[in-house]
Ligand binder design. Structure first.
Ligand code: SF4
Ligand code: SF4
Ligand code: SF4
Length: 268
């Protein structure tokens, strides 16, 4: 049977929050029972945009990670509360607002932290993948419809077809190591989860364009040419030790330990 999937491209997300506002517009003050009760105007971020700055000094970048409920196939919330949370055959994980009434411990059952407590209704709430709209014939949820950059995409396909897409487009699961098998996938997730080594090559105190910089070590062997400003940037790196070479000569050993490194200017 076909399932619903959201794919989020970290490289295309600009933190405009249109998706967050669309979610709020759809759910605040609107009761979509039996799917969910109204979302409060304040405090809930069913589409939560996480933010990360990487780098040092004048060589930094920022990345944004839209994080709704991951609609996990192997969901810890379902395991912990099978009486009131379930996964539909189309992949959407829903909480029964009546059965979940007053059960605040549901908030602790999600490793992604996507539940929000509604004081007025005394119930935990989260992204429903806009199931009320999809069941009414909508082609996609409100957040996907509102994204101006195409960072959010929505697919309703057989799981086998999605597996092929995941392999072909190198999609990843956020925090795959916890093994929850989400129906939400990410493109360019390395922008949020991995690090880079950057710097610039100088010759006679001027930027050196087209110098060949090579990075080796930690199962990486990659080369690139410096740009107009003499700069280079190797991204998507794991923690470990690397060697930088310029025009065939080793110039630096660089250690990555949970953060990106700006090696500064390298004179040659
Ligand atoms: S609407 Fe699109 S670009 Fe804007 S914050 Fe959401 S995912 Fe990012
Ligand atoms: S992200 Fe959390 S709330 Fe959503 S299905 Fe997975 S475990 Fe449940
Ligand atoms: S799918 Fe619907 S409920 Fe979920 S974040 Fe998007 S707009 Fe909100």
């Amino acid at each position: 049977m076909k399932q619903h999937y959201i794919v989020l491209d970290v490289a295309l997300c600009h933190d405009c929050n249109n998706c967050f506002v669309a979610c709020k517009d759809e759910h605040a003050d609107n009761s979509w029972l039996p799917y969910t009760q109204p979302m409060p105007w304040h405090g809930h971020r069913w589409m939560n945009i996480q933010r990360l700055e990487r780098g040092e000094g004048d060589r930094v970048d920022v990345a944004f990670l839209p994080t709704p409920c991951q609609h996990c196939a192997d969901a810890p919330c379902v395991k912990a509360h099978p009486d009131c949370i379930s996964r539909r055959s189309d992949g959407i994980v829903l909480l029964d607002p009546q059965k979940a009434q007053g059960k605040k411990d549901i908030m602790d059952s999600c490793p992604y932290g996507v539940f929000y407590w509604n004081e007025e209704s005394a119930v935990a709430q989260k992204c429903t993948m806009c199931a009320h709209l999809l069941d009414d014939g909508w082609a996609m949820p409100r957040c996907v419809h509102s994204c101006p950059t195409g960072a959010l995409q929505f697919y309703t396909v057989e799981p086998e077809e999605m597996e092929k897409k995941v392999a072909k487009e190198k999609l990843s699961s956020y925090r795959a190591e916890i093994g929850t098998k989400p129906n939400v996938y990410y493109k360019n997730l390395y922008r949020f989860t991995k690090n880079f080594i950057t710097g610039a090559v100088l010759k006679d105190d001027d930027c050196l364009e087209d110098a060949v910089v090579q990075l080796t070590g930690n199962a990486v062997d990659s080369a690139q040419k410096t740009d107009y400003f003499g700069e280079f940037k190797f991204d998507g790196l794991d923690d470990g030790a690397y060697t930088l070479s310029v025009n065939g000569k080793a110039v630096k050993t660089v250690e990555i330990s949970s953060k990106s490194v700006n090696v500064g200017e390298i004179p040659v």
